[in-house]
Design a protein around this ligand. Structure first.
Ligand code: TRP
Length: 452
């Protein structure tokens, strides 16, 4: 193997890359997103509250953390996109092909993620303008909005335009700058909402529901959902962190960054649960399930609160920021790929991939509670299929390949990750045995092949 194919990042630095703090902020921005605020609460309430949270935490620490470090190392070691980094480090085309799947996977996730990001923008605008607080039936108004068809598509396009504009400006001048401005705003919004939620009368009941485990409520599918959500929440399995890793300079500690991202993501999920559950318990709104949860339950709760329009506005702004800082990391995957593969300029690559994601996202926009809601295949709409297949099949599968790549194929992974010998050993053990075995068991179990 030549020095080039097995090389480390030592002598190559990216022309446009992240600064030290900017990288950590942007990686946290990528992981903290709709996953934490929109997806996590409804998964938790459908799967037994605290018991699910516990499962999720275990998946995050034992499987998510080692894979995150592996993805960042692969990106920095290979200094390419989500496909070429694998190919360069292994010297084999087949691995590049796997990477290609993750580029496609990112496009699929981007398509439905863009739709929900659009909803958040719409709700942020409606809250601040006071329109939302004048309404009374929030289930109905959410339905009217999604059923109209053109509304969700319009806001999806708006969201994608913002994402495209940021990505087109590059890493340091676009993605990093965007995160540096928005992430502190997000923390402030989060704190305001947390203090408010903890003073509500239903705070105790809500917290108990969220943090006191009831294992009898776990279903066989919960394990798969918890694992899939750990991947989704950390932006793993689809080349996002490989792509970001390529823009990190060699002096940065990937270990510190990984710990910060996992810690930040977990803390954020915890705080979001502490905001959402007390709020829905206080206002006696029966726990609404599915993707509509935060768009129906929370507006109704804010409606009943003093200064509700302001708090509601802050909440949806928080949601929109979280979504946008994640969406930019998702779009960067196909953009980096197109720039390297076809030698496109960043602007051209951003415009083309955005257009593609918008087109692919329209069926998702129309099927999520919209006019195409009735078209179902095996009980799921297009939107549900995008979400379900990406999160519970593509992401764990992508994660599995990453564990095998960093554990067995690329021999210098531990060197690039720069761990002390005992940690390097532990890391490789997790990557070689625990993570792949657990992922495969959960797959077999949920497919019904295995029963215990
Ligand atoms: N982690 C983000 C969230 O929680 C979403 C996300 C960004 C993502 N990049 C990803 C999910 C790549 C899967 C794959 O909302």
């Amino acid at each position: 193997m030549s020095q080039d194919t097995q090389g480390l990042s030592q002598d190559r630095e990216p022309a446009d890359g992240f600064s030290k703090g900017g990288f950590i902020l942007s990686a946290i921005g990528s992981s903290v997103g709709l996953g934490n605020i929109w997806r996590f609460p409804y998964l938790t309430s459908e799967n037994g509250g605290a018991a699910f949270f516990l499962l999720f935490t275990l998946c995050l620490l034992l499987i998510g953390l080692p894979i995150l470090l592996a993805e960042l190392s692969i990106g920095r070691g290979g200094r390419g996109n989500a496909a070429s980094s694998f190919q360069r480090l292994s010297g084999r085309k087949a691995w590049g092909l796997f990477g290609l799947i993750s580029v496609f996977g990112s496009v699929i996730i981007m398509s439905f993620y863009g739709v929900v990001t659009g909803w958040t923008l719409h709700y942020a605008v409606r809250s601040f303008s006071g329109v939302l607080s004048r309404e009374t039936n929030y289930a109905e108004s959410f339905q009217t909005f999604t059923a109209s068809g053109y509304g969700p598509v319009f806001w999806q396009v708006m969201a994608m335009v913002i994402v495209c504009w940021v990505v087109a400006r590059g890493i340091s001048g676009g993605i990093e700058k965007f995160n540096k401005i928005l992430m502190p705003m997000m923390v402030i919004a989060l704190l305001v909402l947390l203090v408010n939620a903890l003073t509500l009368s239903g705070a105790r009941a809500g917290i108990e529901y969220f943090l006191k485990p009831d294992f009898s409520k776990l279903t066989p599918e919960s394990a798969l959902l918890a694992l899939g959500h750990a991947f989704f929440s950390l932006s793993l399995g689809m080349g996002t962190m490989v792509t970001y890793g390529a823009y990190v300079n060699k002096r940065q500690s990937l270990k510190t960054a990984s710990l910060a991202v996992v810690g930040g993501d977990l803390l954020y999920a915890l705080v979001c649960g502490l905001i959402i559950f007390p709020t829905s318990f206080t206002y006696g709104l029966e726990s609404q399930q599915g993707p509509g949860l935060v768009f129906i339950v929370l507006p109704a709760a804010f409606h009943a609160m003093p200064f509700g329009f302001l708090l509601g506005g802050i909440f949806f702004l928080l949601l929109a920021i979280a979504a946008l800082t994640s969406a930019v990391s998702m779009l960067e995957v196909p953009v980096a790929f197109a720039m390297e593969k076809w030698k496109w300029t960043r602007t051209k690559a951003s415009l083309a991939t955005t257009a593609f994601c918008i087109l692919l996202g329209v069926p998702a926009a129309l099927s999520a509670e919209g006019p195409w809601k009735g078209y179902k295949w095996l009980g799921r709409t297009v939107f549900d299929w995008f979400d379900y297949s990406a999160s519970n099949v593509l992401l764990p599968f992508g994660g599995l390949l990453v564990t095998l790549f960093a554990g067995y194929v690329w021999k210098q992974s531990a060197q690039e990750a720069d761990l002390r010998p005992v940690w390097a050993k532990t890391w490789l053990l997790l990557l070689r045995y625990l993570a792949p075995i657990v992922i495969i068991l959960i797959f077999l179990y949920s497919a019904g092949v295995l029963r215990f």
